[in-house]
Design a protein around this ligand. Sequence first.
Ligand code: ADP
Ligand code: MG
Length: 245
Amino acid sequence: MSALRQAQEPVLRLIGVTQQYGTGSTAVSALSGVDLEVARGELVAIMGASGSGKSTLLSVAGGLAAPTTGEVVVDGAYLSEQSPTQLAALRRRSLGFVFQDFNLIPTLTAVENVMLPLELDGFRARVARRAGTDALASVGLADKAGAYPDDLSGGQQQRVAIARAVVGGRRLILADEPTGALDSVTGELVLRMLRARVDAGAAAILVTHEARHAAWADRIVFLRDGRIVDETRRDGAESLLSSTR
Ligand code: ADP
Ligand code: MG
């Protein structure tokens, strides 16, 4: 692949993705023919009613579940062609998940939580700690490196989770209602951090219920019954942002 094509390759591509749970009369089509691309520097919000397939889309995009049909391509790699070991390595190196309930390990400090993916990937502790410290600084929490999750506010915990999602230069952040457990002011701050990581060169999908939060995105994709039914794009104009903030 030429350098130019590589530069243009989206960080994530979903091609005709279908996800079915169960079989026969109890089968549920959680996703039906979903096509989606997310580029470097792009934040895409996914909105839709409960049960519309948002979380399924993130699981499939992150290689946590294989789609029933269709292809998922991360950084140019077709997930269906990866061995389980390759897939695990790709998840560790390219992807970061952020969940509603933070999912930090309570017995590890903030910096230890952030450096964990790198340690699991075989980095030396010293290298991992330096990268972890940098990632924490990038979400404004340099001074909380030694704090345990229980000593941090919800918003601080979620910023640690964002630092963990981007540590080591990972490029694709998948956030499933990351502000769901936060008050609105704290939620805004967390999204500001997510936006900053994307502007620094990552790509992200943000699942959210709130239009006000989706306004941080470059594009909003609406899911209904597992299908993309609408899409709005900000196109560089400030209209969406200014009308909602
Ligand atoms: P959302 O995140 O938008 O609420 P989900 O992706 O969780 O939607 O679910 C989409 C549909 O798939 C729903 O009908 C849900 O009940 C169904 N579903 C999700 N996960 C499973 C599962 N593990 N087994 C069976 N059905 C599931
Ligand atoms: Mg969900």
